[in-house]
Design a protein around this ligand. Structure first.
Ligand code: AMP
Length: 516
């Protein structure tokens, strides 16, 4: 089944109902959304000579055209490559090259960078700016029939960085995204056509994924005009759109819970806030529950098994009288309906409740593999189970608590930062002999990036502005270290491997002592 069938179907069944909204304004009814999708699919196919299975990237901030592009790509049987629009031009270039994207749909904000890649990225034939004259022409083509897809056909290449430092495309099939959507209804919430999803977080990631169950049920997709999270705007949109749900990283929830406009708003139209993607501190959760009431649900997932490993339901959040409530709200909940989740030791043997090991997952939501990376795929999916790299333990009731990440991942403001990427860039600076990048607890961002730097032999530490410039030349701004610490040597173990845990512990102790 092709996921774009949902749009086509609602276009017939509820043609006049709003499908896409630009803030308070209706951008497209279902009839219009379906017509534009079918037309743009024809335009993509004919103007650029694309065939089913070819890749089309999207580099755009949140806007209604994002969803038009996504569903047009699927309607034509193509594979979408939604790229984090905050990445550096070189990082975007790498993803377009790796996915061999033939066309990229972008917007005015990113056109400069993206258009300059046509010619340098071998596979890339064109960049289309939406909204814009070319996009208008594409969406006015004669409609194409929906191209049938098999469940195992790729739908979305979800680029996620890894310990290797280079992002890999988790290949999500139509079946994966269908299972993700169905298990949203089973474990998080039912959805009706009277509901809406607010895209307050990037559509290229969690918000776009969780937009799908809402499209499936004919609910409205609302994109805030600011393209992001603004308390006043959300408060106003709540008055306009009932049955509202949205996905947000814990740092965003914390910001919104402390926002005067949100606290003063009538929340009767707010249905559910799904948070996840990073740990939520208990104190922050308690503040959020005080403001939002029993409307919070937590999910734990990763790109490789989109948004779907475990969930902590709204009912669990509300069940304050339960003797283990505090433990439960610090857990990531229970396995989702459509997956089997185990905690295993180094030899993949099951560990009993209470013992800490790696979380592994099996089910129809688990990716087909990493795009063109058979070795990395075999490693991640060994034994038929996705090895998440997350470390945790089950309790006797089946609630999973994450203890650590075996990967070095830093999550700052809901964005994933793999230290290796930052280290590689810092090492390009002639004044840096060695470096180790770790996360430090940060009240506002969850974690902040800290680089420990050993200066080149006999040299004075390089100026921080130089290091910053080197990072900005090659990396997205949000990955740049917030702090540099110059040290004589990095702590290493017997094998000469840097012991990052020691650096992290040092920062944590300082933070607890209030020293920084
Ligand atoms: P991504 O692939 O970008 O979605 O990042 C996935 C990673 O984020 C997971 O492997 C976890 O380490 C972390 N993560 C996701 N959800 C949660 C959660 N609810 N609590 C703690 N960490 C999480």
């Amino acid at each position: 089944m092709n996921l774009a069938l949902w749009v086509e179907r609602h276009g017939r069944r509820q043609p006049e109902d709003p499908a896409l909204a630009d803030g308070e304004r209706v951008h497209a009814s279902w009839a219009t959304f379906a017509a534009r999708t079918a037309a743009a699919a024809a335009g993509l196919r004919d103007d650029f000579g694309l065939s089913p299975g070819d890749r089309v990237a999207i580099v755009m901030r949140n806007r209604p055209e994002y969803l038009e592009a996504l569903f047009a790509i699927w309607h034509a049987g193509l594979v979408a490559v939604p790229v984090n629009a905050r990445l550096h031009r070189d990082e975007i270039a790498y993803i377009l090259e790796d996915s061999e994207s033939a066309v990229v749909v972008t917007d005015d904000d990113h056109a400069g960078d993206v258009e300059s890649l046509v010619g340098s990225v071998a596979s890339l034939r064109a960049a289309v700016v939406a909204p814009g004259e070319r996009w208008d022409r594409l969406t006015a083509s004669s409609p194409a029939p929906l191209v049938g897809r098999q469940p195992q056909d790729p739908a979305w290449l979800f680029y996620t960085s890894g310990t290797t430092g280079r992002p890999k495309g988790a290949t999500l099939t139509h079946r994966n995204l269908l299972m993700m959507s169905l298990s949203y209804f089973a474990d998080i919430d039912p959805v009706t056509p009277q509901d809406c999803i607010l895209h307050a977080a990037p559509i290229s990631h969690g918000s776009g994924l969780y937009g799908l169950p809402h499209v499936a049920r004919g609910a409205v997709s609302v994109v805030p005009e600011s393209g992001g999270v603004d308390g006043d705007e959300i408060a106003a949109l709540l008055q306009r759109w009932p049955g509202m749900s949205f996905f947000a990283a814990p740092t965003m929830i914390k910001r919104l819970a402390g926002d005067g406009a949100v606290a003063a708003a009538d929340l009767s139209h707010l249905k559910t806030i799904v948070y996840g993607g990073a740990p939520m501190y208990l104190a922050d959760l308690e503040d959020a529950l005080a403001v939002f009431g029993p409307r919070l649900a937590q999910i734990y997932g990763q790109g490789e098994t989109p948004m779907t490993i475990t969930a902590l339901s709204k009912a669990d959040h509300a069940d304050r009288n339960h003797p283990r409530w505090r433990d439960r709200v610090q857990s990531v909940g229970v396995p989702r309906t459509d997956v089997d989740v185990r905690v295993v030791d180094d030899t993949d043997r099951d560990l009993p409740a209470g013992e800490v090991g790696e979380v592994v997952v099996q089910g129809d939501v688990v990716m087909a593999g990493y795009w063109k990376q058979p070795d990395a795929t075999a490693e991640a999916l060994r034994g038929g189970w996705l090895h998440t790299g997350d470390v945790g333990s089950f309790d006797a009731d089946g609630y999973l608590t994450l203890r650590d990440r075996s990967k070095d991942l830093i999550i700052s403001g809901g964005m994933n930062i793999y230290p290796r990427e930052v280290e590689e860039v810092l090492l390009r600076h002639a004044g840096v002999r060695a470096t180790a990048v770790v996360g430090r607890p940060d009240a506002e961002w969850g974690e902040a990036v800290v680089a420990f730097v050993v200066a080149a032999d006999g040299a004075a530490p390089p100026p921080i502005e130089d290091l910053d410039r080197t990072c900005l030349d090659h990396l997205a701004r949000f990955k740049r270290p917030k702090e540099y610490r110059f040290v004589d040597a990095l702590p290493t173990n017997n094998y000469g491997k840097v012991v990052k845990r020691e650096l992290r512990d040092r920062l944590r102790v300082e933070a607890e002592d209030g020293a920084c």
